[in-house]
Design a protein around this ligand. Structure first.
Ligand code: MN
Length: 200
């Protein structure tokens, strides 16, 4: 898989986002969700696969309620080390605005085990099929989820919580702090001396 789209959109002299030189090096697959205050607030849902992060922008954010099917727009693959990126993408750059790591952990394909290669094989197949069933072991998101392609166009997917012991109708997005730094988007804005309401 290629990071050329990712690199084309960014100038690494101007943004502190990673250029993507580090290789995936963990024994298990990781997932992360970043909260991103770009032209619109959204959440970026990312799954490690084949050394990169497959990525979806989720405008309304993930939900623990199986009744909430959340639109997830597939975007360009991101480098593996993007999983640790948090901070501010400067004005004038692609995706300008604040980013926090809202959740992170390891994940497995449904029916997967401890063998990373086997898990990736299952996930590659599921991705191709447009029906990815996974188990998340995050700090906020836990249990079974599905990402289902909507067919009408290949970039539109739905992120859906499956019914299990972790399903709940409480609003998980109220937990609004970074799992890395404990910061909120607002705290990063304030540290930058920015106003809460974004001026264009
Ligand atoms: Mn984003």
């Amino acid at each position: 898989m290629s990071l050329s789209d990712y690199r084309k959109k960014r100038n690494f002299k101007n943004t502190s986002e990673p250029a993507g030189k580090k290789k995936a090096d963990l024994k298990q697959l990781v997932f992360i969700v970043q909260k991103h205050n770009a032209s619109r607030m959204h959440y970026d849902f990312r799954l490690e696969l084949d050394g990169v992060l497959k990525s979806w922008a989720v405008p309304k954010g993930p939900s623990m309620n199986p009744e909430n099917k959340r639109l997830a727009m597939m975007v360009e693959d991101h480098p593996f080390d993007y999983k640790d990126f948090e901070g501010t993408i400067p004005k004038g750059n692609y995706g300008a605005g604040e980013v926090i790591v809202w959740d992170s952990g390891i994940y497995l394909p449904a029916g997967g085990g401890t063998d990373k290669d086997e898990n990736e094989k299952l996930l590659r197949k599921a991705l191709k099929k447009g029906d990815i069933k996974i188990v998340l072991l995050g700090k906020k998101l836990k249990g079974e989820f599905a990402l289902v392609n909507m067919r009408k166009d290949e970039k539109s997917w739905l992120l859906i919580k499956k019914q299990d012991d972790y399903a709940a109708d409480t609003d998980i997005l109220k937990k609004n702090k970074s799992v890395i730094s404990g910061k909120t988007i607002e705290m990063i804005q304030n540290a930058n001396g920015r106003k809460k309401t974004k001026s264009k």
